[in-house]
Design a protein around this ligand. Structure first.
Ligand SMILES: Cc1ncc(COP(=O)(O)O)c(C=O)c1O
Length: 422
């Protein structure tokens, strides 16, 4: 079995071999106000991205390329900061924009650098003691698994691993069956990094509430892919990033902590923004308390320009329309899945075919074939994919976002077909 770290090294070498000349001087013509679900409109959307035209990029699940508008916003603001010496502090506008985008209160949003950071804040802040049980899945990403494994190692919490089901109901049942008197947390992905399956998060959070259990959702993928309504989902904590499906600046993310639970999640990192007052001159020196909003969990000097890029990315998404994006990216993935299944009886489709469980990522493997080889084969045809080594799954994951189209998917299908026949 190939080691993912070795494979990433190999992938970097392969990627390094691709000639690439970014053209940031260029910017696209503005998108028309009215969106239309036809290829002419989606071609205009594609034009908004500097993404190389010599390559078919099917790995948005790892990193979402940004459109020109976002890149220029970040560039211009960085230039302004370095021209004027302006101290940006935090970006309240990005917090407001995220809150509206996710249908929640701005006081419930903290800005982070990535999903992993948000997971660590929640994982370490929860009031747990030795022997408390945490339910997770057999499809975790390192950024979700390792914080919890670390807490298990240092604090003695016990991790119970459930299998993902082939359907949403089966997954829910597996979680239900794993609950014991000691279960304190359900911490699961909304969409795992492995096979792109959408978990029934609303039902999982409801189940958690009924059993007085914390619901912590690793939401790395849904914002920007699916309409994500945090009020409706009802989780205690939701963690995501802006650098995947939202196509925002890289190294930006957010943590949602419901207002009702804020006072129970301890802030372990202190610093500018976290406190409600402190005094080093009183005897003894004191910390008054913690901010009554998301600032409780982020602190110090931040990259204000990057956060300005989040607002721009949300503007871009809103201009196209969240529901419209969801419909498009799901339609592309459905087309891909249906046609992959037709290619060969040796092709094992890992992403559920059940519509409610299928988003914009499709993962599969081919009987008795090493999927790293398929990734290399695709790379030779200038197609970028994601090999999944996590949890020994050994499959290929394909992401379809708004800049992709059916012609690109057809090219990928041809590449897979050729590989099967080798
Ligand atoms: C499901 C899932 N969780 C967590 C992460 C970690 O994200 P980040 O690199 O932003 O910390 C990823 C990244 O791919 C992911 O897919």
């Amino acid at each position: 079995m190939a080691n993912r770290r070795d494979f990433l090294k190999q992938g970097a070498l392969l990627a390094g071999a691709v000639a690439f000349t970014p053209n940031l001087a260029h910017s696209a013509a503005p998108l028309p106000i009215n969106n239309t679900d036809d290829e002419a409109y989606w071609k205009l959307v594609r034009e908004q991205f500097p993404l190389s035209k010599d390559r078919i990029f099917l790995n948005n699940g790892t990193l979402g390329p940004s459109p020109y508008g976002v890149i220029h916003e970040v560039q211009n603001d960085m230039l302004d900061v370095d021209t004027t010496g302006r101290y940006g502090g935090h970006d309240e506008l990005a917090i407001e924009a995220l809150a509206e985008f996710l249908n929640t209160k701005h006081t419930e949003i903290s800005l982070t650098r990535n999903v992993t950071e948000g997971i660590n804040i929640a994982c370490w802040g929860l009031p747990l003691t030795k022997g408390d049980e945490v339910i997770m899945t057999n499809h975790e990403h390192v950024g979700h698994a390792v914080p919890w494994l670390n807490r298990a190692k240092l604090d003695g919490v016990v991790i119970t691993v459930i299998n993902l089901g082939k359907t949403a109901d089966e997954t829910l049942t597996n979680i239900k069956n794993a609950i014991t008197k000691k279960t304190k947390v359900i911490s699961v992905p909304h969409i795992p990094c492995t096979i792109g399956q959408i978990l029934p998060v609303k039902a999982i959070c409801e189940l958690a509430k009924q059993n007085n259990i914390w619901s912590i959702i690793d939401g790395a993928h849904p914002p920007g892919m699916l309409v994500t309504d945090l009020k409706d989902l009802g989780c205690d904590v939701y963690i995501s990033c802006c650098h995947k499906w939202m196509c925002g600046p890289k190294g930006t993310g957010f943590l949602y902590v419901s207002e009702a639970k804020r006072n129970q999640i301890q802030a372990y990192y202190g610093g500018g923004g976290v406190d409600t007052g402190w005094d080093m001159l009183s005897k003894p020196p004191i910390l008054n308390g913690y901010a009554e909003n998301g600032h409780r969990y982020f602190y110090g000097t931040q990259n204000y320009s990057m956060f300005k890029g989040i607002t721009k990315a949300i503007e871009f998404q809103n201009q196209i329309g969240k529901a419209f994006i969801e419909k498009r990216v799901r339609a592309l993935a459905t087309y891909l899945q249906e046609n992959l299944i037709k290619l060969s009886s040796n092709l094992e489709m890992l992403t559920p075919t059940e519509a409610i469980s299928r988003g914009a990522q499709v993962s599969f493997k081919i009987k008795d074939r090493e999927m790293t080889k398929l990734q290399i084969h695709c790379n030779e045809q200038h197609i970028t994919t994601r090999y999944v080594a996590e949890n020994n799954i050994n499959c290929l994951r394909i992401s379809t976002h708004i800049y992709n189209n059916q012609t690109e998917i057809d090219a990928f299908l041809t590449a897979v077909d050729k590989f099967i026949r080798l």
